[in-house]
Design a protein around this ligand. Structure first.
Ligand code: SF4
Ligand code: SF4
Length: 377
């Protein structure tokens, strides 16, 4: 197998094809401390892309609760179990990726979910890891003894996509102009090898047209400089979508580069699987590090610590203020005094956001209107 360099695991690894990075790479950051599981993103995606026949069970964007929620059922625990216990430590990853652990005669280590696994999205929703009321104030500790959090997921538009590697007809391709991964519907014969190969289970089989379908990264929007529907619609303003460079080419004025490579506050999901996914997560602060390490890599504690001190880094705070601020993609940004400004690729200003909002405390009793007020902080 050809060798490619995967910066997320810090070493060369086996992949099905020679590595060829796109000119630009689609990327997204999601702040898991802010998601409220309102599912607006899910519906924004569903009404835009998957309202057709045969797509009823397809959620290109889904939001599940961790640790017990999944879609499809058990997707992460099943691939982790198949991969087996692997060493995870800071520095280059010593374990096997799903390409290196592929069984003899197969291209990728994977499994195909049963139809039943798709029947209950959000099963286990809002279950915490244990009782709270009778545990003597467990919820007052940090990290919480009992915990849960919401995990929104889309296709990661991976640098080394397992869906692409697994497809025997080469129907899956990665666009050189923006790194978005698509399935060529005219070539696809519905073998479902992409469904089996993708560890994140983001390609879905359409039983009516007999082809596989997946998140298209809202490419028609991205092509005209707009962020994806799930990003624009996000009520919690947890998402920022744009383009990301490799660490050696990170640009200080690119908000995604700053968040991921310079501040190092966001991490990819299951980097040890070896796909170099391009969706990054700011880990939830209240969750124990032993759980976060398996999900986001050995150095996740660092990310949590940086997030706690985000207010001390004006450039980081500025990048975080761009979340949910505009529908356009901020290719560049600048922090000047108390204002963060986002710019298009060609340098036109698209958004200005104040870094701090004024706090106004009103008098409890309004003489003019003869009314009592309550202040909420
Ligand atoms: S997340 Fe899955 S479907 Fe998306 S590019 Fe990666 S391997 Fe392919
Ligand atoms: S719209 Fe935003 S806050 Fe709501 S579930 Fe989706 S990611 Fe979470």
């Amino acid at each position: 197998m050809p060798k490619v360099f995967n910066w997320q695991i810090g070493r060369d690894m086996d992949y099905l094809y020679d590595g060829a990075r796109p000119k630009k790479q689609f990327g997204m950051v999601m702040d898991l401390n802010k998601c409220i599981a309102c599912q607006t993103c899910t519906i924004a995606c569903k009404t835009t892309w998957t309202s057709g026949r045969g797509q009823e069970y397809q959620f290109w964007n889904n939001v599940e609760s961790k640790p017990y929620g999944y879609y499809p059922l058990g997707w992460d625990v099943r691939i982790l179990e198949k991969l087996g216990v692997q060493p995870i430590s800071a520095g280059p990853y010593q374990g096997k990726t799903i390409f290196e652990a592929a069984p003899e005669g197969e291209r990728v280590l994977g499994y195909r979910p049963e139809d039943m696994d798709y029947t209950s999205p959000n099963v286990g929703e809002d279950d915490s890891t244990g009782g709270i009321i009778n545990e003597g104030g467990a919820y007052l500790q940090m990290p919480h003894m009992q915990w849960m959090f919401y995990l929104p997921r889309i296709c990661n538009h991976c640098t080394y996509p397992a869906c692409l590697g697994a497809c025997p007809r080469q129907s899956v391709y990665k666009r050189p102009e923006d790194g978005i991964v698509l399935i060529d519907q005219t070539r696809c014969r519905g073998y479902r090898e992409c469904v089996k190969g993708c560890p994140y289970k983001k390609p879905f089989f359409n039983a009516l047209n007999r082809t596989s379908e997946k998140c298209v990264g809202c490419y028609p929007a991205v092509e005209v400089g707009q962020q994806t529907r799930c990003t624009i619609g996000c009520i919690g303003k947890i998402r920022l979508q744009g383009f990301i460079n490799t660490p050696d080419k990170a640009r200080e004025d690119n908000p995604l580069d700053y968040i991921v490579h310079i501040a190092k506050v966001a991490r990819p999901l299951f980097p040890q699987l070896g796909l170099e996914p391009n969706v990054y997560y700011i880990p939830p602060m209240h969750v124990p590090s032993w759980f976060l390490k398996q999900m986001f890599g050995a150095t996740v504690d660092q990310a949590v610590n940086v997030y706690r001190r985000a207010a001390e880094d004006k450039k980081l705070l500025g990048a975080l203020m761009l979340f949910g601020a505009t529908k356009e993609i901020s290719h560049h940004y600048k922090v000047d005094g108390d204002i963060v400004t986002g710019y298009t690729e060609s340098g036109d200003e698209i958004i200005r956001v104040p870094m701090h909002e004024p706090i106004i405390t009103r008098a409890v009793f309004d003489e003019k209107l003869q009314a009592y007020r309550s202040n909420i902080t």
